[in-house]
Write a protein that binds this ligand. Structure first.
Ligand code: GLY
Ligand code: MN
Ligand code: MN
Length: 434
């Protein structure tokens, strides 16, 4: 990791130099962030660093500052309070430390004493009040173009980042293998969740997002986070990932067992098959929305083959009858954030490239380029709320409603992998493990 990190660090420095030059700033301070405290409480939400901070280094915890200037060694101010309530582990000798002029201070007030906002200094972070109190101009807080330029580059992963994303995928896959075994043994949602967490070897608070463990009909709730006990399922939809060095995996599998409707089981196999075909479309130069559109055509084909829809492929998509079954985008950038930044960004300066009107939930509209990492996650769900409007009216005849009613108790299917774009195709980071 040490050598890979050295390359990654160099790339951060050259991105920074270019972004400062283009926007006329002399320096940038990135705050790791102030924790979020629940209202009228003495507890904080699980802390997540400003992603721009973690893009430079994998140091966790609140209030650290990074003071960045072109041509100067970055100053890293590490806030390390003396405290007996919470663990304050010593830093040790991490592989990244030699790249920084490292200063250790006991608190956030002292941290700012290490920074001299000379010239035009920008600040990125959530503690703008403290930044202004310490000499940053209001107009220089989270400046749009500078931030956009850094966000744009986050889409292109360095070899160091890819190494972490690969580890995160492997750890997540270990969780999935354990979760599948629990499901097959009749585990409840809570038991399957526990098996997943145990399988990753991480504490639950380190997971990149709350696990989605839906048995049967709950699989049709896209972000279901309930954890039912005392329930055995016939279908499991599990969407769960892990982290490494701050980088996330985001993996979904759908498994069936005895008692699952055979047509639903065919649907699971069909989605699994065409998800791989969608992954095979990934290569530099393809607009990401093409994959989303292809997913709808494939949903139309499969549902026609299974007898759920009377129209096939493109005809089904154009009639708008695939949308109730696939009401989310086919994927998103992945990195320090699960839904990594910049999917709609038009160019390095910023701006927006919105998704097509018919597909507002598509999170990625950029052209596919080498070194991007994103998910490919088609699904088919039986969501009564979305099907209801088609049960009468001009599209009703395109559906086999009695078959749909037969499938509704089994929920939904989603298959999600994390893929890296290579020079002429892709590498699937998660399929190799689960
Ligand atoms: N786990 C949330 C998503 O797949 O986007
Ligand atoms: Mn995802
Ligand atoms: Mn997911």
């Amino acid at each position: 990791m040490k050598d890979l990190y050295a390359e990654h660090f160099k790339a951060r420095q050259s991105d920074l130099d270019a972004a400062l030059e283009a926007t006329g700033f002399d320096a940038l301070v990135i705050g790791a962030g102030a924790p979020m405290r629940y209202f009228a409480d003495d507890q904080d939400a699980v802390f997540r660093s400003t992603p721009h901070f973690n893009h430079w280094l994998p140091l966790e915890g609140p209030h650290h500052l990074l003071w960045l200037r072109s041509g100067k060694k970055p100053v890293l101010v590490r806030v390390a309070p003396e405290d007996y309530w919470y663990e304050q582990a010593p830093l040790g000798d991490p592989f990244w430390a030699s790249h920084f002029d490292l200063r250790e201070v006991p608190g956030p007030t002292e941290a700012w004493n290490e920074v001299d906002p000379e010239g035009r200094t920008a600040y990125i972070g959530n503690d703008g009040l403290r930044a202004v109190e310490n000499g940053i101009e209001q107009a220089c807080l989270n400046p749009e173009e500078l931030t956009a330029r850094l966000d744009w580059n986050r889409a292109y992963k360095s070899a160091y980042e890819v190494a972490h994303l690969e580890i995160a995928a492997e750890l997540g896959a270990r969780g999935h293998v354990a979760a599948k075994a629990s499901f097959e043994a009749g585990g409840s949602e809570l038991e399957i969740h526990r098996a997943f967490v145990q399988g990753t070897g991480s504490p639950e608070s380190d997971l990149p997002y709350p696990t989605i463990v839906g048995l049967d009909e709950k699989g049709a709730i896209l972000h279901y986070t309930g954890k039912r006990t005392g329930i055995e399922g016939r279908v499991l939809l599990i969407d769960a990932g892990a982290r490494s060095g701050g980088y996330c995996s985001d993996i979904t599998r759908t498994w069936t067992r005895a008692g699952c409707d055979p047509i639903f089981a065919e649907m699971v196999k069909g989605v699994d098959r065409f998800q791989l075909e969608l992954c095979d479309m990934v290569r530099p130069g393809i607009p990401y929305p093409d994959i989303h559109i292809a997913a709808h055509v494939k949903v139309g084909e499969l549902l026609h083959e299974l007898g759920v829809l009377k129209l096939a492929g493109e005809d089904a998509m154009e009639a708008g009858v695939t949308t109730p079954f696939l009401p989310h985008g086919v994927g998103h950038f992945l990195g320090i954030q699960v839904h990594d930044i910049g999917g709609h960004q038009r160019d390095p300066k910023g701006g927006s490239q919105p998704p097509p009107d018919a597909h507002p939930y598509l999170r990625t509209t950029r052209q596919i380029e080498e070194h991007e990492v994103f998910t490919i996650e088609p699904g088919i769900y039986m969501i009564e709320m979305l099907l209801r409007e088609h049960r009468s009216g001009k599209t009703a005849a395109h559906f086999d409603w009695s078959l749909i009613d037969q499938l509704i108790p089994f929920g939904g299917v989603r298959i999600e992998d994390d893929v890296l774009v290579t020079g002429n195709g892709h590498r699937n980071l998660s399929r190799v493990h689960v």
